[in-house]
Design a protein around this ligand. Structure first.
Ligand code: HAM
Length: 419
C-alpha cells in the first residue's frame, strides 16, 4: 500500500470542521480590520527564499523542499508566506497604495523532524501590513492575534515580546555577543559554533545550549537599542497596556528568520501537557525586506500562526466546535419512479439557497432514514406516488419525528419559517 509522505497528514472529518471554523473566524476578523485576502504561488524561485528568509536560517539551510523544474529552474516549495507576499507586492507594484493590509492562508513546507505539532506540510494563516512604520500597528496586529485566539475560545495563551532593534542597534549588539561567547565556544553545540560566525543572535534561541552557564549572563539587546528603537519598543508596550493585552518581555526572543527589525513576538499555548511545539503564532516587524528584495523602502510588519497547532490547542482545552454542516432537507424518493420529481425538487430548493441532499440509490427505507441522520438533516422530504399525484409533500421533522403534509407551492415558506 502506498502511504502518505512522512510528516504529512490527511485532513478529514473533525479536523476539517475545526479547520474551516478557524479559517472562517480569521476571515471575519480580517474583514473587521479592513484587511484584504492575497493568494501567491505555493512554489517560487529558490532565490526568493535564500535572499528573503536568509541563507543562514535553519529554514533555508536545512529545511526547504528544493527541486529543479523541467525547464531546469531552481524552485522551492514555500516554507512560509512573507517572502512570497513581499515579492508580489514589489512585482505588482502594490506599494503604490499604502498602507496595504493583506491576509493569507495555505500550505507551507519545511523538511523538519516530524513530531506532534510539527509537520513537513502544514498550514499557516497570517497578516502582512506594508507602509505603516508606527508602533501602533505592531500593537494592533498583536491585538488582532490575541482577539483571534480569544474568539475561537482558547484560554491558555502567553504573548512573549522583544525588540531586536534596527540595523545599527543590532551591529553593536552583535559585537557584544561575539565578545561574550568567544571564550565559551567549546561549550556550545556545533550549530551555535556556526551561528557564532554567521549570525550570533541565533545562539540565543538554541534549544540545545539554552541551559548552559554562558547563557545566563548574556548581554541583553534592550541595553543596546538606540534611541529610536528604544522609543518604538516602549510605545508598542504602551499601546498593548492601553488595550489591556497581557504579555511578557523575553530578552532571548530573536526568531529564526533573518528579516526582522525592532519588534518580534511569539504566542505560546500555555496548556498543561501540550508538548514542546507550543508556539501557535509568531511575527514581527521587517522594515528592510521590501527594499532588500528590490522594491522601494517600505516598512512592514506581520505575523502567521500554525493552524494544526491551534487545532491541537483546541483539543487540549476540550473546546467543541459547532458543526454547522447539517443539511436543511434530505429528499427521499420512495422508489425509482419518484427520482425525476425528486431531482427537480432538490435543484429548486438549492436555487433558493437551502442545503439539500437526496438519495439517488435504491436502498431500503430504513437505510435511507439512517443516511438522513448521518447528514444531520433537519427535515426529510418524502416523495411517494401519492405525493406526486397531489403535489403535496410529506415532511418529517427529523428531530421531533413529527410528520406534516405541505403543498409544494408552500414548501419554501414552510422551510423558511421552520429552519
Ligand atoms: P514562523 O515562526 O517560522 O514564522 O512560523 C509561524 C508559525 O507557523 C509558528 O509559530 C507555528 O505555529 C507554525 N509552524 C511553523 N513551522 C511549523 C511546522 N513545521 N509544523 C506546524 N506548524 C508550524 C513565519 O513563518 C513568519 N513568516 C511569520 C511572519 C509573518 N513574520 C512576519 N510576518
Amino acid at each position: 500500500m502506498i502511504q502518505k509522505p512522512k510528516g504529512t497528514y490527511d485532513g478529514y472529518g473533525e479536523f476539517i470542521t475545526k479547520y474551516e471554523y478557524i479559517k472562517r473566524i480569521f476571515n471575519d476578523l480580517c474583514n473587521e480590520y479592513n484587511i484584504n485576502y492575497i493568494d501567491t504561488p505555493i512554489f517560487e524561485s529558490s532565490e526568493l527564499y535564500h535572499r528573503g528568509v536568509g541563507e543562514t536560517t535553519d529554514i533555508v539551510s536545512k529545511e526547504t523542499y528544493d527541486f529543479k523544474d523541467r525547464g531546469d529552474r531552481d524552485m522551492t516549495l514555500r516554507p512560509e508566506g512573507t517572502a512570497g507576499i513581499v515579492r508580489s507586492v514589489i512585482e505588482n507594484k502594490l506599494y503604490i497604495n499604502l498602507p496595504l493590509k493583506l491576509w493569507y492562508e495555505g500550505p507551507m513546507f519545511r523538511y523538519e523532524r516530524p513530531q506532534s505539532g510539527r509537520y513537513r506540510q502544514f498550514r499557516q494563516a497570517g497578516v502582512e501590513v506594508f507602509g505603516d512604520p508606527t508602533p501602533l500597528m505592531d500593537a494592533n496586529l498583536i491585538s488582532l492575534m490575541v482577539k483571534f485566539y480569544q474568539r475561537i475560545g482558547l484560554k491558555g495563551i502567553k504573548v512573549r515580546i522583544n525588540s531586536i532593534g534596527n540595523k545599527e542597534s543590532r551591529e553593536s549588539y552583535r559585537d557584544a555577543l561575539l565578545k561574550h561567547f568567544k571564550p565559551h565556544l567549546k561549550d556550545l553545540c556545533e550549530d551555535c559554533n556556526n551561528r557564532f560566525e554567521k549570525n550570533p543572535l541565533r545562539i540565543l534561541d538554541c534549544k540545545v545550549d539554552s541551559n548552559k552557564e554562558c547563557m545566563k549572563n548574556v548581554p541583553k539587546i534592550v541595553d543596546y537599542l538606540d534611541e529610536s528603537s528604544k522609543k518604538h519598543f516602549e510605545d508598542v508596550l504602551k499601546y498593548l497596556d492601553l488595550m489591556e493585552i497581557e504579555y511578557v518581555i523575553d530578552n532571548n526572543l530573536v526568531r529564526g528568520l533573518d528579516y526582522y527589525t525592532d519588534t518580534v513576538f511569539e504566542v505560546e499555548a500555555n496548556i498543561e501537557g501540550f508538548g514542546s511545539q507550543n508556539v501557535i503564532g509568531a511575527g514581527g516587524r521587517y522594515n528592510n525586506l521590501v527594499e532588500y528584495m528590490g522594491g522601494p523602502s517600505v516598512p512592514a510588519v506581520g505575523f502567521a500562526f500554525g493552524i494544526e497547532r491551534i487545532i491541537n490547542a483546541l483539543e487540549a482545552e476540550d473546546i467543541k466546535v459547532i458543526d454547522d454542516k447539517g443539511i436543511d432537507a434530505y429528499i427521499l424518493p420512495v422508489s425509482e419512479n419518484e427520482m425525476d420529481y425528486s431531482l427537480t425538487l432538490a435543484s429548486f430548493l438549492r436555487d433558493n439557497a437551502f442545503k439539500v441532499d437526496m438519495d439517488y440509490t435504491n436502498k431500503t427505507m430504513k437505510a435511507k432514514f439512517k443516511e438522513a441522520d448521518r447528514y444531520n438533516a433537519k427535515f426529510i422530504v418524502i416523495i411517494g406516488e401519492e405525493e406526486i399525484k397531489k403535489d403535496i409533500l410529506t415532511i418529517k421533522d427529523n428531530l421531533t419525528k413529527e410528520e406534516v403534509k405541505v403543498e409544494r407551492d408552500n414548501l419554501l415558506d414552510y422551510l423558511d419559517i421552520n429552519i
